[in-house]
Design a protein around this ligand. Sequence first.
Ligand SMILES: [Zn+2]
Length: 269
Amino acid sequence: MSHRVLSPNRNYTTCHNPHDQQLVQLCGSIFRFLEEDVAVSSSPGNDILFGTQQDKENDGECEEDPKDIEDKIKFWETQYENLHTTLFRTTILESEIRNITKEVLRDFGNVCSCSRPVLDGCPSCRMREICRQLQKSGYDSGICKSKWNNSLDFPSGEHTFLDVIDNSNHKKGSVRVIIELEFRGQFEMKKGSKEYNSLVCKLPDVFVGKSDRLQTIIQILSNAAKECMREKKVHLGPWRKQRYMQAKWLRVTERSTGTTTIKPLVDDE
Ligand SMILES: [Zn+2]
């Protein structure tokens, strides 16, 4: 008896290009969600994806259009690809700053110089030390504070992180590199879907990258959060929105280099 397979005609399981390891990994990770779904769906013999969907239909949910399922797969696949490309692209400046940051974090140990010492160092002592070491290596590094007010769109908040401003390339002008020590945590979501959570897993704990690269990542993750909540039919928290995320790193109201504190230009958007 022949079994009709309703799978969209795409190679999720077999990525034929042996030279494209990255694509294989991406396909692999997408495929893994589907396999996990199957493990709970207990519908052997069915097409992996559709078997899962049919099980959900038993809960009284309305039938999902195969076209919607295909669009959903395509959406998440695109997010993985875009995030992967953005994260793996780097400049010499970014790698140098990343290496110094890594070294400081590795050697920092439990040396806290503040009044409330913490094992492994508190965030502000770690930031101060990274800032100091970057300055010793000749970089214009600072500790930035961003602050934004309550608005119709989102609640007020503030955030502290590090940056380096590089003016060495006269042609390119000023380049700003952001250093965020708890990057992944900013995007984690308890109610996230498997697809969303796996995307977040790809993010590094410590992010070091140019501000335009950060903007791209924020855009990808905000879109993903929006789609995830849409699929789950849950309201998206305003603090998940792209403009709120951008405010965290881009609405800097104070920048301190340890010796001077200046009110920097605010990228107000
Ligand atoms: Zn401390």
